[in-house]
Ligand binder design. Structure first.
Ligand code: CA
Length: 223
């Protein structure tokens, strides 16, 4: 998934980014509330990790403004203290969940997965399309009984396809979902990774589940 991290402390921001990237997610970082509002409006993030303590507009303000602009991306608030008024204020401004610093990274990942699952549109814990199965929490995928050996990027791409089976996805949609802003979007990286993916999920099984839609993009066949 693609995640926006909003945190002004460089060390904490880099820690969050590195951990999420290691899990195969695409991560952008914003050090200010105002920038975060702009980025969240310009890109369809799957989730936003939002620190409450920011130099300009604080996390509560960012969250309130996101919802006022009808941006419904799930928000996980990071608060510095476990005070009731902070939690109440956070949830009242439209945050979906909160985590108190210091937290364990595995809990942050689990809460993000839960948030994305609860987001609009049915998002089951384990995705199934035909005899393909993908478990985002365990980071494992199978074709029938055979487990697939996928790199982090291949896994991220397959997850995007499996969340929208039968839909033709453009290269831009695929890039938005699996690569962050530092990425050069004019390159043919999507085509390259779709080819890798076919070599792992289709060819060994004699399947043709990933179709090329000429001039548009790619589609994972629904059945
Ligand atoms: Ca901060």
């Amino acid at each position: 998934m693609r995640v926006l991290v909003v945190e002004d402390e460089p060390k904490m921001a880099q820690l969050l980014k590195r951990g999420l990237v290691e899990e195969g997610h695409a991560v952008d970082v914003s050090a200010s509330g105002e920038d975060a509002l702009w980025m969240a409006g310009a890109t369809a993030y799957d989730a936003i990790v939002l620190d409450v303590m920011l130099p300009d507009l604080d996390g509560f303000g960012v969250c309130r403004e996101l919802r006022r602009r009808e941006i419904w991306t799930p928000v996980l608030l990071l608060t510095a203290r476990d005070a009731v008024e902070d939690r109440v204020q956070g949830l009242d401004t439209g945050a979906d969940d909160y985590l108190v610093k210091p937290f364990s990274f595995s809990e942050l990942l689990a809460r993000l997965r839960a948030l994305v699952r609860r987001a609009p549109g049915e998002r089951p814990a384990v995705l199934e399309v035909g005899d393909l199965r993908l478990d985002p929490a365990a980071r494992r995928a199978w074709r029938g009984d055979a487990e697939l050996d996928l790199s982090a990027k291949e896994f991220a791409l397959l997850e995007i396809f499996m969340r929208r089976p039968g839909e033709t996805l453009t290269r831009v949609q695929l890039i938005d979902g699996a690569w962050d802003m530092a990425f050069e979007s004019r390159s043919n990286v999507v085509d390259v990774y779709v080819r890798y993916l076919r070599e792992k999920i289709d060819r060994p099984f004699g399947c043709h589940s990933l179709s090329t839609v000429r001039g548009v993009g790619y589609r994972l066949e629904a059945a």
